[in-house]
Design a protein around this ligand. Structure first.
Ligand SMILES: CC(C)(COP(=O)(O)OP(=O)(O)OC[C@H]1O[C@@H](n2cnc3c(N)ncnc32)[C@H](O)[C@@H]1OP(=O)(O)O)[C@@H](O)C(=O)NCCC(=O)NCCS
Length: 330
């Protein structure tokens, strides 16, 4: 993996600000104290300043120099309310409803990004994934040319050769059962994200069938998506049929089941048929295969916003802040 060193170099050349929505979370405080000790990514902590300072003192982290913004007492809240209502006018959002929603740090922070008051944002999954991503979907929306926001997870573990083994899996967090066209989008966005981590993507569309060995609607959906993605992105290494996981990663199985494939046996980028499979798949790799998991990394969103997950430690929060700021930074 090119590693976080490359991301940090990118940020050193172009320092950024990042909103951290959970300002008094101990992991956020530790990550922020590390970021403040360097000069490439400046945290903006959301929350009550007294409570944040007290939490920092109690946990022993130095957050001197951090900007703290309190959504409850923000002096330009009416400007924010007006813009939020304008963005959601088709949905009939009233100023009172907007004010109420902006009390939630994820809505407030997302509006800060929309207003250009910060470069990027790291929210938390102290609520469900649905609640944490909804503000971004409603306010920021998709990038031009994209119909959905999706997500991937990057998995990293040291290998015997000394090189890190790096994999990408999608969509692990957002779309319950992507259509053929959505799978094609997820494939390209995941491949682009994977490249940032030094992966040369070899992409497998996963199924319970390998090249027609099994039958069913989901098999057809994955095969059609694989074919379409290969047609649309000839520059990417995509197996143009559906693969079972063992055929995707085991050279021995691949030799038996699809001897002519350049991807089968060596896949490192996995497009799953649905959210159930993808979410379980990455967690099995993380917990039983001893991979570190970075994500959910949101794809197709027109801003740099991610959330750290419930189980993250301070180092993972720090890493997520860095990759959120550096990925997609021109
Ligand atoms: C993404 C998700 C949160 C949206 O849920 P929701 O808010 O109930 O869905 P809605 O249909 O009301 O959509 C809300 C807005 O988001 C938009 N949206 C929904 N899914 C979207 C997607 N995949 N990409 C882009 N925009 C999307 C909708 O168009 C809508 O926009 P609008 O309000 O401007 O019209 C939902 O798909 C979900 O819960 N996914 C599963 C998440 C999960 O449980 N993950 C667990 C693994 S970590």
């Amino acid at each position: 993996m090119n590693g976080f060193g490359m991301f940090i170099d990118k940020l050193r050349k172009n320092p950024q600000t990042i909103v951290m929505t959970e300002g008094k979370d101990e992991r956020v405080l530790e990550a922020s104290s590390r970021l403040l000790a360097s000069n490439f990514l400046k945290p903006i902590l959301l929350g009550n300043p007294d409570e944040i300072q007290k939490a920092a003192e109690e946990s022993g982290f130095n957050i001197r120099g951090a900007q703290i913004v309190d959504p409850m007492t923000y002096d330009k809240i009416e400007e924010m309310v007006d813009l939020f209502c304008e963005i959601r006018k088709d949905k009939g959002l009233t100023p009172d409803e907007a004010r109420e929603l902006l009390r939630h740090p994820n809505y407030f922070g997302t509006m800060m990004i929309k207003m250009g008051l910060a470069d990027c944002m790291l929210g938390s999954s102290s609520m469900s994934t649905s609640d944490t991503v909804r503000p971004a979907l409603q306010i920021i929306k998709t990038k031009p040319g994209r119909s959905i926001v999706s997500s991937c997870v990057i998995l990293v573990r040291p290998s015997a050769t000394g090189e890190n083994e790096v994999l990408a899996m999608a969509d692990c967090g957002i779309n319950e059962k992507p259509t053929v066209d959505q799978l094609v989008e997820i494939c390209e966005d995941t491949a682009n994200c994977a490249k940032n981590f030094g992966i040369s993507p070899k992409i497998a569309f996963l199924s319970y069938s390998t090249k027609g060995s099994g039958h069913g609607e989901d098999v057809d959906r994955m095969r059609n998506a694989a074919n379409k993605a290969r047609e649309e992105y000839p520059e990417l290494m995509i197996e143009g049929d559906e693969l079972q996981f063992d055929a995707a990663v085991s050279p021995r199985v691949a030799r038996q089941k699809c001897p002519n494939s350049k991807v089968a046996g060596y896949a490192n980028t996995f497009i799953f048929p649905d959210l159930n499979a993808a979410n379980m798949g990455y967690k099995i790799a993380q917990r039983m295969g001893n991979f570190e998991a970075y994500g959910l990394i949101l794809l197709g969103l027109n801003a740099r916003i991610n959330n750290f997950s419930w189980g993250s430690n301070a180092m993972e929060v720090y890493s997520m802040a860095i990759l959120t700021a550096a990925l997609d930074l021109n």
